[in-house]
Design a protein around this ligand. Structure first.
Ligand code: PHB
Length: 377
């Protein structure tokens, strides 16, 4: 039997009553249809993992100019909304709850990924280092165009529209992706934001874009259905900030007054050391009395300690859920996990997507086999 008593205790998140404190972290899988609607297997993939309690989807474009990766889904067309409806129905039928992670990739993109072939946009005209994988193969990241002040409101409105679409698609809420070096994060951190208008310079100004998105999506669907993910110290995508602690404290304190569904903090590069300090999670905890989700390379033992200390309310796990659909149940009974296949993480077919076995060895390739298993088993 599991000794993870805090991890297995119930939690309330916004309007949701969750059976335990596991969350399935957002993970990009690059398997959307050419229309960038979730493909037929997406409902099966997410429903297989409904026993997570709360599932956060892969990052999903708010508009047709927000993409930066191949075959990542959107939530702006009728076909995409209909595709997501299959996903949410399946997860709900299997006893889970699901929110969609909303993103705009900003400078982590390429003109060939944009409908009009135009230069990607960012806070400032500063390129990320490295290459973007386009439909035509890898290409260097372009120097982005700094958004005009007057263009920012349109992108805020795209997030609000996407949030309304999410509710129309049956989601329990949305997560604003303000982490990992994508557009909102490009505004938050001073390594990528050198603006001199009301959206650059001070912490207040750099957080303005995020908070406008939070306020617009909250007005659209209710703050209790809006979560936010930040990663102020994650260097991924050429990101840096002169004061990640101050940024965390400011954003957490601003969200505290807004009644959002949760704050989700990616601590930084994943550490294999279970005793590694988690300074940003602790700073967020002190400034944010609402539901705090911790993330980055936690083991279940480590998660139990963080929760038992009260440093977070839930813990998000990525790869364990990717490779082990019944990760919660395996943890409960102390059963070994499946081995993740990194070669099938990004793109491809059913292999490494919906064919990871359950604990009894069964591979459940139809919704009928999955629904009814998620909630109780
Ligand atoms: C990725 O595709 O590598 C990726 C996408 C979204 C993230 C982080 C990484 O937040």
């Amino acid at each position: 039997m599991s000794t993870h008593s805090t991890l297995f205790s119930p939690a309330t998140v916004g309007r949701l009553a969750l059976p335990q404190r596991f969350v399935m972290a957002p993970m990009t899988r690059n398997r959307a249809l050419p229309s960038l609607a979730p493909g037929p297997q997406a409902a099966l993939y997410y429903a297989q993992r409904a026993s997570a309690g709360l599932v956060i989807t892969e990052a999903t474009q708010v508009s047709d100019s927000a993409a930066g990766y191949v075959f990542t889904p959107g939530i702006y067309s009728d076909e995409q909304i209909a595709g997501w409806r299959h996903v949410t129905d399946a997860v709900h039928a299997a006893g889970g709850a699901i929110v969609v992670q909303l993103w705009h990739t900003g400078r982590i993109s390429h003109p060939t990924m944009r409908p009009d072939g135009s230069t990607p946009v960012s806070a400032s005209a500063i390129a990320a280092e490295g290459e973007v994988i386009t439909y035509e193969g890898p290409k260097p990241f372009p120097v982005p165009r700094a958004l005009e002040t007057g263009e920012i409101a349109d992108i805020v409105a795209d997030f609000a529209t996407a949030a309304r679409n999410a509710i129309a698609a049956g989601f329990d809420g949305v997560e604003i992706h303000a982490a990992n070096g994508y557009l909102v994060d490009q505004f938050l951190r001073d390594g990528s934001n050198r603006r001199t208008d009301a959206y650059g310079g001070s912490l207040e100004n750099r957080a303005r874009f995020l908070l406008e998105i939070v306020d617009a999506t909250s007005a659209a669907i209710g703050a209790e259905r809006v979560g936010v993910r930040i990663s102020p110290a994650n260097p991924f995508n050429s990101m840096s900030d002169s004061d990640p602690e101050g940024l965390t404290r400011y954003v957490a304190s601003q969200l505290a007054g807004r009644g959002v569904m949760y704050l989700h903090v990616v601590e930084g590069p994943a550490s294999d050391d279970p005793a590694a300090p988690r300074p940003l999670t602790a700073i967020a905890r002190a400034a944010f009395p609402g539901v705090l989700i911790a993330n980055s390379g936690y083991t279940v033992d480590d998660a139990e300690r963080v929760l038992a200390r009260g440093d977070a309310n839930l813990v998000a796990f990525g790869v364990p859920f990717l490779a082990t659909p019944d990760f919660v149940e395996r943890t409960r009974v102390g059963a070994p996990l499946n081995t993740p296949d990194r070669g099938t993480f990004y793109g491809g077919d059913a292999r490494g997507y919906v064919d990871y076995p359950f604990r009894d060895g069964s591979v459940r390739l139809s919704l009928d086999e999955v629904i009814g298993v998620g909630a109780g088993a």
